[in-house]
Ligand binder design. Structure first.
Ligand SMILES: [Zn+2]
Length: 75
């Protein structure tokens, strides 16, 4: 089942929505009720369901020092 991530252009609220059918698509921001939602990405596999961080992408400058896995990474 695809999980879609939405971001509200009005207030910046981000949320994920599990879409079970075409009619499940959200149209209103749950935070401010505005219809300013932007779909960010979709995923069909739990393996790639987690949002990737700069650490995992190798973009963290402190990755090589082990700070990432220690939770000390600023990202
Ligand atoms: Zn909003």
């Amino acid at each position: 089942m695809p999980i879609y991530e939405y971001r509200c252009d009005h207030c910046g609220h981000c949320f994920e929505k599990l879409i079970r059918s075409d009619g499940d698509t959200p149209t209103n921001c749950p935070a401010c009720e505005r219809e300013d939602l932007r779909k960010l990405f979709s995923s069909f596999s739990p393996a790639v369901n987690q949002p990737s961080s700069p650490c995992e992408n190798g973009g963290c400058p402190s990755m090589n020092s082990g700070a990432c896995s220690g939770g000390a990474c600023p990202f």
